[in-house]
Design a protein around this ligand. Structure first.
Ligand SMILES: C[S@@+](CC[C@H](N)C(=O)[O-])C[C@H]1O[C@@H](n2cnc3c(N)ncnc32)[C@H](O)[C@@H]1O
Length: 213
């Protein structure tokens, strides 16, 4: 899978590429390309945003700047999904993550300040996704959330078996995962449920099924 991110701060993605699961799939199942809107802006002095029509505070990411960036990368029309990250988008859920992880090629568009000129979302993007009902300062954390969630669904990202029984998975009926415990078996009088120490895998499976939240 190839994921392209368009941003004003490509350098902030560096730490992600060193962390699992991205590090484990980069160069294999995942190809990550970072594009800076400033590198292809048709405006002078690296300008990418402008004041809003109708007045008001803040700066808006220009449609001609994003169009130029997409055209430089893909020609006149991208043949894959282009996702604008915006609070007005479809909420990001595990089902959306599973859907996006099936794609061979995805583009993520990040904005900042007041956000996108709406023509970017209407005409240049195929999808608009929100990472939650709150406002962040720019689209890079949302892009990283989406990248991480999609990357862990790619083959080889996780140790065998560890991705299937997670919260929101079909295997858990979309519910939240059962509780986990590790050593010590007793700490400050707080004990681990006996069944988990029993070695009886059928009972443990039943206990876990009963404790899906
Ligand atoms: C400060 S926000 C713009 C907020 C916008 N003026 C509003 O009130 O909805 C700047 C950019 O951060 C990103 N962003 C912020 N919150 C987000 C969220 N919940 N989901 C996805 N992207 C978000 C988007 O790219 C957005 O255009």
């Amino acid at each position: 899978m190839r994921i392209d991110v368009f941003t004003l701060t490509p350098h902030v993605y560096a730490w992600m590429t060193e962390q699992q699961p991205i590090a484990g799939v980069l160069g294999g199942e995942l190809e990550l390309r970072l594009y800076n809107y400033r590198d292809t802006t048709p405006l002078r002095a690296g300008q990418v945003d402008d004041t809003p029509y109708g007045g008001g505070a803040g700066m808006v990411l220009r449609v001609d700047v994003v169009a130029a960036a997409l055209e430089a990368a893909y020609g006149p029309q991208p043949k894959h999904r282009v996702v604008a990250l915006t609070p007005q988008g479809r909420p990001l859920t595990q089902a959306v993550v599973e859907e996006l992880a099936q794609e061979e090629h995805l583009t993520l568009l990040s904005a900042r300040f007041e956000g996108f000129d709406d023509r970017i979302v209407q005409h240049l993007a195929s999808d608009a996704i929100s990472v939650g009902p709150y406002v962040l300062s720019n689209g890079d954390l949302p892009a990283m959330l989406l990248l991480d969630a999609v990357a862990r669904r790619l083959p080889g990202a996780l140790a065998a078996g560890s991705g299937e029984h997670e919260s929101f998975s079909e295997e858990l009926g979309g519910g939240l995962e059962y509780p986990h415990y590790t050593r010590p078996a007793e700490f400050r009088g707080w004990t681990v449920p006996d069944v988990l120490l029993s070695g009886d895998h059928a009972r443990i499976d039943n206990w876990r099924k009963d404790h899906v939240r």
